[in-house]
Design a protein around this ligand. Structure first.
Ligand SMILES: Cc1ncc(COP(=O)(O)O)c(C=O)c1O
Length: 404
């Protein structure tokens, strides 16, 4: 027998580096090793009890046991539209929204619906791992704009100009960003949209971290700018991060009807719908009753406190530079000045080798920047308790003291 896979398709996609690192760290913990795991891209909080209680009640009714419309339940459609009106200052019709299987599901459906062979998709590196793989799976070509820490991981108009061609089908924005935590200003977003005016280029605006912002930074959604911006943008968000609901797998997308229709057709044939009970929980979360708002704000304040700790500890690491994150729960450690190096006589050529040694020897899990097209960096997640963060920085400090 010569059973084979579709190698052409499978060569376009890599296993998720973030999930791989988290899995390795968890396996070591299971084997009894005390790993400081700062690799996870998910809240270390449980879903707020009020949301779980609502889902439990929904399960007692038949509605939450059954398939739903591919767009989502009526309750979910109402909740998504109300949220977008309240927070994005934008009215979306019933035909312009969809609930998906995680935010990742929305991105997958949209990129499949939009991108084909010969299409270019602009990504701003360091970017969240999945974008490039989804673009390649759809047959498109990622065109990467490398942003710099010194510039707050924000591109200049000239950077964008160099990336745009007549083949640019789509630009993917992610603010606040995974993996850098960088939040982009309204001015920058308006500059990007001004440049796109008159083109046939779509935008996906991934705003999954919109609620997790710190200090004076205020998140602004480009769909609130004007009809041109709203008309070329798929707004993408979800419940995973702000409401600590990663495992419920519900995402939200809003945009022009023809794109949403295409996503619905794809969803019908792929997964049918997001799980009914999870949609009930997500709808309750998105409605933001006072108990939900209080829970979200408490988690956000906790991240903000940890961010202060992380910035203090990072400032003490020689040769390591950071951009203070405006949002999300990540900090991107720039070790460019320390690499390549040697640790106890061994070559540490790059961030991938460094993260392997940190895990194997210092029992500290961080994600290598190369996974995000940000070589020379390490992503640290502060969705972890203060004691684990302190422990992680102690280990990193000791390791770096021996990196010459
Ligand atoms: C920027 C970004 N977009 C989308 C997602 C996917 O979110 P979900 O868990 O809702 O699929 C993540 C998860 O890490 C993310 O960081």
């Amino acid at each position: 027998m010569a059973l084979s896979l579709n190698t052409a398709r499978m060569s376009a996609v890599r296993p998720s580096a973030t999930l791989a690192m988290a899995a390795k760290a968890k396996a070591m913990q299971k084997a009894g090793i005390d790993v400081a795991n700062l690799s996870a891209g998910e809240p270390d909080f449980k879903t707020p009890a009020c949301i779980v209680d609502y889902a439990r009640r929904a399960l007692e009714e038949r509605a939450a046991h059954a398939y739903t419309n591919a767009r989502g339940t009526d309750e979910m459609i109402d909740a998504m539209r109300a949220k977008l009106r309240r927070e994005q200052y934008t009215d979306y019709g019933v035909n312009e929204v969809i609930a998906t299987v995680g935010t990742k599901g929305a991105l997958m459906l949209a990129i499949d619906a939009l991108v084909g062979a010969g299409d270019e998709v602009v990504l701003f590196a360091p970017y969240w791992v999945t974008y490039a793989d989804l673009v390649r799976l759809a047959g498109g070509t990622p065109v990467v704009v490398h942003t710099k820490r010194e510039h707050g991981y924000r591109p200049s108009p000239a950077d964008l100009e160099r990336a745009l061609t007549p083949r640019t089908k789509l630009v993917v924005l992610c603010t606040p960003s995974n993996p850098t935590g960088a939040g982009w200003t309204e001015d920058l977003l308006r500059t990007i949209y001004a440049r796109l005016r008159g083109t046939d280029t779509w935008v996906i605006s991934d705003e999954i971290y919109e609620r997790l912002t710190y200090g004076t930074f205020r998140h602004v959604s480009p769909v609130s700018f004007d009809d041109d911006a709203r008309g070329r943008t798929l707004w993408v968000g979800g419940v995973a991060k702000a409401y600590a609901m990663t495992g419920w797998r519900v995402g939200v997308a809003a945009g022009p009807k023809p794109l949403i229709d295409a996503m619905i057709t794809l969803q019908q044939q792929r997964t049918t719908c997001a799980a009914a009970v999870a949609q009930a929980a997500a709808a309750y979360a998105l409605r933001e009753s006072p108990d939900v708002t209080a829970a979200v704000e408490e988690m956000r304040r906790t991240y903000e406190k940890r961010r202060t700790l992380v910035l203090e500890r990072a400032a003490r690491l020689p040769g390591v530079a950071v951009h203070p994150p405006e949002g999300a729960f990540y900090i991107f450690l720039d070790l460019g000045a320390r690499l390549p190096g040697k640790h106890r006589g061994r070559d540490v050529g790059d961030d991938v080798k460094l993260s392997e040694l940190l895990l194997d020897e210092a029992h500290l899990a961080l994600v290598p920047g190369t996974a995000f097209d940000g070589p020379g960096g390490l992503r640290l997640s502060y969705a972890a308790s203060e004691s684990v963060l302190e422990q992680g920085f102690d280990r990193l400090e000791r390791f770096l003291a021996e990196l010459t």
